[in-house]
Design a protein around this ligand. Sequence first.
Ligand code: HEC
Length: 136
Amino acid sequence: MAVKRMRGVGYLLATAGIGLILLPVAMGSMTGPDWLAKVPAKARAEKNPLAGKDSAAKAGRTLYVQYCAMCHGDNAQGQATFPSLHTAQVRNLTDGDIQWLLTNGSLAKGMPAWTALSVTQRWQLVSYIRSLPPIK
Ligand code: HEC
């Protein structure tokens, strides 16, 4: 009995420890990813010139499968350490934020820059991301 209770205490302490480690991670996700702080106001305010065009989202899907799915998953659901693109965090980004990220990457964190694609292709990717249904 006593041994069991001791184990229980150990478990509680371990859980609290993990909580303390995860707290800054949770707080980071509230303020957004590090790269977001680097986006200039002008870039943030840019609107997707292809917004509302189904053909743009379709073209974006084709590009997505070719260039992005290997990290973000076949349907952008995320995998391993690569974030889902269906999250509230992504929905809260402006079109301009996403274009900026695709242009500059977040290289230190493993997100490449996509300047090998044209600006139009990057807007098509923004259209595809905007077409994703919200899932957690
Ligand atoms: C080599 C793996 C890799 C590939 C390929 C990749 N990404 Fe990423 N992507 C990442 C990582 C890692 C992050 C997180 C970066 C950070 O938090 O700073 C990320 C972040 C993002 C985000 C922001 C997500 C968020 O929650 O803030 C978007 C949007 C995104 N990627 C879109 C794309 C698109 C579109 C493509 C294809 C053109 C692509 N990514 C290709 C690794 C990748």
